[in-house]
Design a protein around this ligand. Sequence first.
Ligand code: ADP
Ligand code: ADP
Length: 228
Amino acid sequence: MIVMNNVNKVYEDGFHALKNINLEMKKGEITVLIGPSGCGKSTTMKLINRLISPSSGEVLINGRNVNEIDPVKLRRNIGYVIQSIGLFPHMTIGRNVGIVPRLKKWDADKINRRIDELMRLVGLPPETYRDRYPSELSGGQQQRIGVIRALAADPDIILMDEPFSALDPISREQLQDELIRLQQELRKTIVFVTHDMDEALKIADTIVLMKEGQIVQTGTPETILRHP
Ligand code: ADP
Ligand code: ADP
């Protein structure tokens, strides 16, 4: 679980990007951050993986202040999925998926089993796709690989920053369905950023509506729909 207590972020140029944020992101849930560009969604994500530090207040992961967790260890326990996918073009799909397990020095057999298992889970049979390069896959297939790469080392937390927004509507819907299905199995703490209210309503357990560095409303999709 991720907890933010009275978090403020003032950037070096004096811009007050987050104002007194109090938030709980529960294990087993998909928490969706939604709001206009510039409202502080990415700043919130960066505070969780300690790319930046709060100006005041605290960010806790399972009760520990992130500023007291070694940043390298912290990031190896947080999967990160972004819009532009970020697969390494010179590495095969198999090597891409296995990056974090290799950094964590898992043994080779275990890494191979994990890669195959995850590829099957998202409908990309390793026999066919493992030795291909990213450019040989469609955008939707590459984004599936981006998602399972973030899951590979079994992190507790997965941060997803507009992961599906570059995809065509059909791939997008398929990946939303897959994410919901994966989460029913995995029960991770997932934080998902989107601009798209339909996407938020579909995948979220909890929606956090942000505006100008503040939380305007928090609730389940049902309550957000009833009190827009
Ligand atoms: P979002 O992800 O919701 O689009 P961000 O969290 O990226 O918003 O940014 C929130 C606000 O903080 C924006 O106005 C942005 O310009 C500003 N901001 C982000 N990073 C910095 C920075 N390093 N220095 C100064 N201002 C920043
Ligand atoms: P995103 O919305 O995808 O996070 P941005 O374009 O807002 O991307 O930000 C890209 C990078 O530039 C981030 O590292 C952010 O911290 C930084 N940045 C954003 N806005 C500002 C700003 N006003 N001043 C300085 N750096 C900024």
